[in-house]
Ligand binder design. Sequence first.
Ligand code: FMN
Length: 145
Amino acid sequence: MPKIVIVYLSTSGNTKAMADAIVEGAASRNIKAVAMNFHETKIEDVKSADAIAIGSSTFHYKMLPPMEKFIDNLSNANVKGKIGAAFGSYGWSGEAPGMIAEKLRELGMKVIDPVLRVQYKPEEKDLEECKRLGKDLAEKVKKAG
Ligand SMILES: Cc1cc2nc3c(=O)[nH]c(=O)nc-3n(C[C@H](O)[C@H](O)[C@H](O)COP(=O)(O)O)c2cc1C
């Protein structure tokens, strides 16, 4: 099973592009990572991961509501003590990643600070930052293991 699971919810592909770049970064450090659309993610997928990154774009000053439900369900997934990260694309206010990080901390996860936010469609320099987050997650997983 992958050690890093990246779960995203993205309406037009911007946050998805971030998730794919995070996977690329982790893979470049030889850690198995997978990006999953929230719709296809089962609680077992996150249970077996060492690190979990969660991404949502900001809609109406919040994360997308299905993602909020998904995170609330993680209380059944034994994520306490796991490494976490929050990310997402936004347009003007960008609250979602901060809200995700807060929820993950409430679940007892060790969340990387600061969260990663990109305005609208990620450009090359933004994708590089996403890759850096993937590498960072991979190094932290190695240390924890
Ligand atoms: C109906 C609607 C509401 C939005 N509300 C917000 C908002 O409150 N704050 C913000 O920063 N961006 C807002 N956005 C912009 C999106 O977050 C932005 O387009 C983002 O890149 C979408 O990423 P995605 O393709 O991953 O969903 C909104 C967009 C739409 C269409």
